[in-house]
Design a protein around this ligand. Structure first.
Ligand SMILES: Cc1cc2nc3c(=O)[nH]c(=O)nc-3n(C[C@H](O)[C@H](O)[C@H](O)COP(=O)(O)OP(=O)(O)OC[C@H]3O[C@@H](n4cnc5c(N)ncnc54)[C@H](O)[C@@H]3O)c2cc1C
Length: 303
């Protein structure tokens, strides 16, 4: 079996929280890997004029410079989404969308705000009555049933493959499939029915979801509609790791050191709640980065 690379700190997210965490952790001379796409950071299309000492700077430039800075201090970058995290005895195993995996002594979750909404009729009305934003949490409710998953990126593909283990039929609806080739091939070989090039017009039903209506008028009968736009959301990753969320299950709970309830896992930035500001994100990233580096240095691995 091929040995997986072991890092001291793996950071999920290459927005301002993840970058600042990477800068502070790598300056403590530990090995750091940053995962995720800068083009998916909330900051990518922003124009910032309220960050101390930066006046009228594009978010894209801040992200580019932050990455260069972190690389100067030794951090490695991989532009892939994380699909799964599995705790092993003292470490975490992190699977990315190409199917590769690395190991880490610590994790920093800096994945930004959660759940993108689809914004179609029926989405809100059927929330909890067939509409779900979390395959990991709700797949079991649809054993032997027909379901649809809406989205075209890694989270949707991974979710669709997961659902094939329990649902009778899985429809994947996407305007455009955008993921690494290996995941796309896996999807095409599976028994997921792919509807590419379509938008969802409506999620229909009576008291429960009963159908998805596409923009060309096609009606797909389903009892579950999973909305998985973008990368794997914090809710699912947190759920699989038993990380405590706030009462509304929207944000990750941390203490003042930005430690979660799970030893070795830290969180920073928008993922921890408002205000949605870069200044807050980098402050939290700094604390989490230092904390994770110290934790990794102290961790004694059993032989
Ligand atoms: C239009 C707009 C304008 C804004 N203007 C300002 C402003 O002027 N000033 C200001 O202070 N703030 C502004 N903000 C808010 C600011 O952008 C955010 O507060 C900040 O980007 C949060 O940083 P973050 O690192 O927590 O998350 P983000 O910057 O959103 O980064 C999240 C990262 O996580 C990655 N990711 C997500 N899921 C996964 C996964 N499963 N695996 C791996 N990686 C993953 C993404 O690819 C991305 O790299 C603006 C936001 C928007 C949308």
């Amino acid at each position: 079996m091929q040995k997986k690379t072991l890092y001291d700190v793996v950071i999920l997210g290459s927005g301002p929280a993840g970058l600042q965490a990477a800068i502070h952790a790598s300056r403590k001379k530990v090995s750091v890997l940053v995962l995720g796409r800068q083009s998916k950071s909330s900051l990518f299309y922003a124009h910032v004029e309220n960050f101390c000492s930066l006046f009228k700077v594009s978010g894209e430039e801040i992200l580019r410079t932050g990455r260069q800075q972190a690389q100067e201090f030794g951090a490695k970058f991989l532009e892939e989404d994380v699909l799964q995290i599995t705790p092993t005895s003292q470490l975490f195993e992190i699977k990315v969308e190409s199917g590769n995996a690395v190991q880490s002594k610590t994790l920093i979750l800096a994945t930004g705000t959660a759940r993108n909404k689809l914004g179609v009729a029926g989405e809100k009305a059927f929330l909890g009555k067939g509409v779900s934003y979390c395959v990991e949490c709700d797949a079991n409710f649809y054993k032997g049933e027909d379901v649809a998953i809406i989205g075209g990126e890694s989270a949707a593909a991974d979710g669709a493959l997961t659902l094939t283990h329990s649902a009778k039929t899985v429809h994947l609806i996407s305007e455009k499939l955008q993921m690494v080739d290996t995941l796309k091939e896996e999807l095409q070989k599976s028994n997921v029915t792919i509807h590419e090039g379509f938008k969802v017009r409506e999620i229909g039903g009576d008291n429960q979801v009963q159908e998805i209506v596409l923009d060309n008028g096609t009606r797909i009968p389903v009892s579950g509609a999973f909305i998985e736009l973008g990368a794997k959301g914090v809710m699912e990753l947190a759920f699989s790791l038993n990380i405590a969320l706030d009462d509304e299950m929207k944000f990750i709970q941390t203490n003042k050191k930005f430690e979660t309830n799970v030893p070795g896992i830290f969180a920073a930035g928008d993922v921890c709640g408002p205000p949605w500001q870069m200044a807050k994100a980098v402050g939290e990233g700094c604390v989490a980065g230092i904390g994770a580096a110290n934790y990794a240095k102290k961790l004694k691995l059993a032989e």
